[in-house]
Design a protein around this ligand. Structure first.
Ligand code: FPP
Length: 257
């Protein structure tokens, strides 16, 4: 894949920046989202599950655009967990197909927007074609200095923490670091999210009130926002509603007001 393939894609019309009352200083720096409910969205319309994932991709695109329009620094999207391999093969294949579709259709806009694309999770287990999209989107956006969009693909937080702990154990046995020198900063720097601020806001759609092995370390002090809306219904307006709710929260980080 070279820049040539980008030129064949139609330039997409950009939505205008939403009119809202969000002051920049009230915005989260990093938003993390568990995009749940695509299947239920499809079922409620008598459609097959892939139709729900396709609609979910549309919602994801709008949330990326809106985050960038607002000036949010980082957005992490849970697209495929280590547990999602338990799904039927066809559904999994469709999800990889969608990843390809998304990067084919949206890469030009992401580049125009100066977005840097990153991935967390073990992408080495994905189909080779998907790995190519992963590599190419990283390469094409590596020099971008705008918003960071992180896709969690084959991601599991416990696996991420175990990998970091193993590295630390090796460093201790190699004498690179003393066990007594291990602190939160040292461990954070070995996580896949290293270099990013921890999420300030975690959003989960579709009614379930759980974290599902997502960024367990990083969300220690995140504000949690749950909505019953299924992911394809999570529009720009709903996102702004979540950000407004976040702006009203009082964050104390364990201290006093
Ligand atoms: C959860 O809904 C959603 C997923 C497992 C997939 C998320 C994928 C997208 C939003 C599409 C595109 C992603 C990329 C990176 C292009 P569910 O299937 O668990 O819904 P259910 O709980 O109602 O069955």
């Amino acid at each position: 894949m070279t820049r040539n393939w980008l030129t064949i894609f139609r330039r997409r019309r950009r939505d205008s920046v939403p009119v809202n009352d969000l002051a920049p200083e009230t915005l989260p720096r990093h938003v993390a989202i568990i995009m749940d409910g695509n299947g239920r969205w499809a079922r409620s319309r008598g459609l097959p599950r892939p139709a729900g994932h396709h609609a979910g991709m549309g919602a994801m695109r709008e949330v990326i655009r809106c985050s960038d329009d607002l000036g949010i620094q980082a957005l992490t999207l849970y697209a495929f967990s280590t547990e999602n391999w338990k799904r039927p093969r066809q559904e999994i294949q469709y999800l990889w197909h969608l990843v390809g579709e998304f990067f084919r259709t949206d890469m030009e806009e992401l580049i125009e927007r100066n977005v840097q694309v990153r991935f967390i999770g073990d992408t080495s287990k994905l189909p080779l074609q998907t790995q190519n999209f992963v590599r190419e989107s990283i390469r094409l956006t590596a020099g971008n200095s705008g918003m960071i969009v992180q896709f969690a693909l084959n991601y599991g937080s416990r696996a991420e923490i175990i990998t970091a702990v193993r590295k630390l154990a090796e460093q201790v046995s190699d004498g690179v670091i003393k066990a007594s020198e291990i602190d939160e900063t040292v461990l954070s720097q070995l996580l896949e999210t290293q270099g990013l601020p921890d999420p300030d806001l975690l959003i989960r759609t579709a009614g379930d009130v759980r974290i599902s092995n997502f960024l367990l370390w990083q969300i220690a002090y995140a504000e949690l926002y749950f909505t019953d809306l299924v992911w394809p219904e999570f529009t720009r307006t709903e996102y702004i509603r979540a950000l407004q709710e976040y702006a009203r929260r009082e964050r104390r980080f364990g201290g006093l007001k």
